[in-house]
Design a protein around this ligand. Structure first.
Ligand SMILES: [Zn+2]
Length: 500
């Protein structure tokens, strides 16, 4: 991969000119980020003989003595950022986009719980081949939106009858293969799922998720980790689903196992008031308090959602340096509630974002809703800020949520343009009409708070360009395969009245 020289480069909270990125194609890592002159001196003057407008200097135009050395690619009209990190996803739920936006005329309520019935219906219809096709298309959509890493919270383990596959990692490996085929970096967060609610047995419609024995499940995660060990784009994390879906006795050993092996640990936490009530009734503790009591909270822990947590729980997350992963487009869709974003930031909690149910796949929309939800709640503006000169700015906070915080949550050196980090990059099209009128100073805010994901033009993962001029090599094939699954055999989710 060449040295990339964009018009603007996102570094240390601002867009800057005259900088470039040098990438090692063999390792997929960034070698250095530096001044253009410094990078070019390394490349050799002859390499840029094509002048500022030269897109890519072909190796045949390079003198023999430097052939095989670094190439230079200028990116005029483009701004380069670290790729966005989607820290929480259920890829198969892409299948029910748009299919749950109604309720029977005689049903008084539709909420998270009725949506969940619809989601279960889709989950039960999928063959392993379907899981691959739906995941691949979903991951492709992510790449095109500028997402370079997904944290896939994977809980489909068994076949449609609830029996284990010959290889218990059958479906996890299908999801991994889907990400690999489109070139998306994936952290497979393997999900333990054993109870149907706090203190309740698993329900029949949850049979595909079942992991009834913790030790057997951890052995399965170990095997998965071994299977992907040599792939630089794939890592594994551990995810006890929630305090609804795993018993209290599992929490401490699961957290210890993840820590012993250096794995990120993710859980759904307090997405709904009903979970908080159940936790208080059963354990006398709110969910985050329970996790603290069981030694789960740490800098390697990510609480997904955390929409219904008390001030004391916010402090616990801050003291333990845990991350919260908000999924604002999903929380908006499901009527979950608002993240206490400002309070979390004040307590020192990093906030990452995820596309979760795939209602939308747009990392810019996820990050801006962190701020906009806070505005609607408090009827004020410019709330999630950090100082930049004599001003308080929102955009650097939001862009960090979409990059730095997500990478930390997934245990990756990514999300920043710096030496040694994953060469996962996004080029923004500065000629896009949605950005017209931008200035060096206003560009970050225009991106973070106003622009559609369509401004993403090119995407690199591990130093390989996967999206070029908004096109991916598998666009057509992946779309057609997805359409076949979406159009055949999948029950219309929500067709049956909600059961609760
Ligand atoms: Zn989720």
């Amino acid at each position: 991969m060449p040295i990339l020289l964009p018009e603007l480069l996102w570094l240390d909270g601002a867009f800057r000119r005259g900088l470039g990125v040098d990438v090692d194609a063999r390792t997929g890592r960034i070698v250095r980020v530096g001044a253009e002159a410094e990078l070019l001196a390394r490349a050799g003057d002859d390499l840029v003989a094509g002048g500022p407008a030269a897109e890519l200097v072909p190796s045949t135009a390079v003198p023999e003595y430097v052939r095989g050395g670094p190439q230079v690619e200028r990116l005029p009209g483009r701004a380069l950022l670290p790729g966005f990190i989607n820290a929480h996803s259920h890829a198969f739920q892409r299948l029910i986009r748009g299919r749950t936006q109604w309720r029977p005329a005689d049903a008084p309520d539709a909420d998270f719980w009725s949506w969940r019935e619809a989601m279960y219906a889709a989950a039960h219809a999928l063959t392993p081949e379907d899981v691959f096709a739906v995941s691949r298309f979903c991951f492709l959509e992510m790449l095109r939106a500028g997402i370079t890493t997904v944290g896939e919270f994977h809980y489909l383990h068994r076949d449609r009858n609830g029996s284990p596959y010959d290889d218990p990692n059958e479906l996890a490996l299908r999801v991994v293969a889907a990400a690999r085929e489109v070139g998306l970096r994936i952290v497979l967060l393997d999900v333990a799922y054993a109870t149907g609610g706090v203190g309740e047995p698993l329900r029949p419609e949850q049979r595909r998720f079942a992991t009834p024995d913790l030790d057997a499940f951890l052995a399965q995660v170990w095997d998965l980790r071994a299977a992907v060990r040599d792939d630089p784009l794939v890592t594994v994390g551990l995810a006890p689903h929630s305090i609804r879906a795993v018993p209290r006795e599992w929490l401490r050993p699961a957290a210890r196992w993840a820590a012993d092996h250096g794995l990120p640990l993710h859980m759904h936490v307090s997405e709904q008031p009903a979970e908080v009530r159940a936790s208080l009734e059963r354990y006398g503790l709110a969910p985050v308090e329970l996790l603290d009591a069981e030694g789960v909270l740490s800098a390697a822990f990510t609480a997904v959602h955390a929409t219904h947590i008390s001030d004391a729980e916010v402090q616990l997350l801050g003291e333990t340096r845990a991350t919260v992963c908000a999924c604002p487009t999903t929380e908006r869709d499901l009527g979950d509630g608002f993240l206490p974003g400002a309070a979390l930031r004040a307590a020192g909690v990093a906030i990452a974002v995820g596309t979760d149910s795939q209602t939308a796949i747009d990392p810019l929309e996820e990050i801006r809703l962190l701020e906009y939800h806070e505005r609607l709640r408090r009827q004020r503006r410019v709330l999630l800020t950090e100082p930049l000169g004599d001003r308080l700015e929102v955009a650097p906070v939001l862009l960090d949520a979409g990059t730095v915080a997500g990478a930390h949550a997934l245990g990756l050196d990514a999300g920043r343009l710096r030496a040694g980090a994953c060469a996962d990059l996004v080029a923004i099209d500065l000629e896009h009409p949605a950005l017209a009128g931008w200035t060096d100073e206003s560009l970050a805010a225009t991106l973070a708070l106003c622009a559609p994901a369509d401004i993403v033009r090119d995407v690199w993962v591990g130093g390989v360009r996967r999206v070029e001029a908004r096109r991916h090599a598998l666009d057509h094939e992946a779309l057609e395969a997805f359409r076949r699954v979406a159009g055949a055999g999948v029950p219309t989710p929500g067709a049956e009245p909600p059961s609760n």
